[in-house]
Design a protein around this ligand. Structure first.
Ligand code: HEC
Length: 405
């Protein structure tokens, strides 16, 4: 198919995915807030079995919401479920993953310098991880381990670090990041499909039959929805992470991702405690300090890297001329980064970055350094076969001022 139209399909699915995700996460944030903001209702409501109520104003109208301790005396005619937001988000996410990383595996998922994989091997690992990840997680949730919140949280975090590390050992950096995201998204949607909705169905059935629902169902659903709540923020970071090459482009990209997962889940903890009436602002301050410490650590380790490669660059190459540098960029970058790319599968210059003229190259020196000298992120999947020596020469040329002589 014409890559131009594939770009439009990509746009449509991505747009849809983000909209569905906003609806899902928005609804889930709203209900967490709702649950935690309920107040003691007046007696006449208590007599009807209402546990808490609240008033709100939005969009020019008053709303009165009530939550039942167990269930209303009679099933209402219409009951809203809030499940399609989750399913649609997962389905569109999987379509986008397939379109970009599976259909375009050679470009986006496979990095031959990390591991030589065929397209089908890479897809097998990706899909296999999602299935195995769900099976393992689901099994752990059903085991007695899940009874201790902190121990279980620690165990899940440990497994997510392991997944991040493992994936960076087989896939391209972006491919690894997106699969950690796809895994979290699969666990979250799986929780809705396999646990939360079935337990709600059982609840509705019990109410209709006038029987008491099994409290275990509710507890199980609560555990899964708490997990979903903690996974939300890290997942959103991964969704936007492709804008931040300083994260996935780093040698320790898996550790940076893991640190961000810990920091964001920790920050989420503050809000969860706050909703329960426990205010511990120290958590937010610590999370912010950890975030800053991470930024500084990443910078220092990166500078150490490039200082190292810079020394070798200076030792092995004397002055690198513009002609040499331009030839490297022309040979290794311009097949994609041109107004009319010649690389199969590309209709436009990726990320809007043009590297096909002197002017355009000069505008992007810092970025070129970041993606192809400090890291091996570009050329994507090293499709154009850039050598380490060429990276060093490019680095040396930029270090020497990036002049046009
Ligand atoms: C096979 C095609 C291809 C080749 C060859 C290629 N790139 Fe890219 N480049 C891309 C794609 C696709 C993106 C968008 C990346 C994304 O969405 O993560 C990109 C993005 C970029 C960006 C923007 C990064 C950002 O996140 O803003 C820069 C800078 C860049 N490339 C530089 C280079 C340099 C320098 C070379 C040569 C050393 C190169 N590219 C070779 C496909 C390519």
């Amino acid at each position: 198919m014409d890559p131009y139209y594939i770009d439009w399909i990509n746009l449509f699915i991505r747009w849809f995915h983000v909209i569905a995700g906003v609806a899902w996460i928005g609804a889930s944030f709203y209900f967490v807030w709702l649950d935690n903001s309920l107040q003691d209702p007046p007696d006449w409501k208590k007599e009807k079995g209402i546990k808490g109520d609240l008033w709100a104003i939005h969009g020019g109208g008053f709303y009165e919401v009530a939550k039942y301790r167990l269930a209303p005396e009679q099933m209402p005619a219409t009951l809203h479920w809030f499940k399609w937001e989750a399913y649609t988000t997962w389905l569109t996410g999987f379509m986008l993953l397939s379109l970009m990383y599976y259909f375009g595996a050679e470009t986006y998922l496979i990095d031959k310098s990390v591991m030589e994989l065929s397209q089908w091997q890479a897809i097998g690992i990706g899909v296999g991880l999602l299935a195995a990840g769900w099976a393992l997680y689901d099994g752990l949730c059903r085991s007695p381990l899940s009874r201790n919140g902190y121990v279980f949280g620690g165990l899940l975090l440990g497994l997510s670090v392991l997944a991040s590390w493992g994936l960076t050992q087989v896939f391209s950096a972006r491919g690894a990041y997106i699969h950690v995201g796809a895994l979290l998204g699969t666990l979250m949607a799986g929780n809705v499909l396999m646990t939360i909705i079935p337990s709600q169905k059982a609840l509705v059935k019990a109410v209709k039959a006038g029987a008491a629902p099994d409290p275990r169902l509710g507890e199980n659903a609560k555990l899964r929805s708490t997990h979903n709540n903690y996974m939300t923020l890290p997942l959103i970071f991964i969704m936007i992470s492709n804008h931040y090459p300083m994260t996935y482009g780093h040698e320790w990209n898996w550790a940076i991702l893991s640190a961000l997962v810990v920091i964001t889940a920790f920050a989420r903890h503050y809000f969860n405690l706050k909703h329960r009436g426990v205010k511990q602002p120290a958590i937010l301050v610590i999370a912010m300090l950890m975030f800053i410490a991470l930024a500084v650590t990443v910078k220092n380790t990166r500078e150490a890297d490039s200082a190292g490669s810079q020394q070798t660059a200076e030792a092995t190459t004397d002055k690198v001329s513009f002609i040499q540098a331009a030839a490297i960029i022309h040979n290794r970058c311009a097949s994609c980064h041109a107004a009319k790319p010649t690389q199969a599968g590309f209709a436009e210059a990726p990320a809007g970055v043009l590297l096909d003229s002197t002017d355009s190259v000069m505008k992007h020196l810092q970025q070129i350094q970041q993606v192809s000298v400090d890291s091996n992120y570009m050329p994507l999947g090293n499709l154009t076969g850039m050598t380490d020596e060429e990276r060093q020469q490019l680095g040396a040329w930029i270090k020497q001022g990036g002049g046009t002589e």
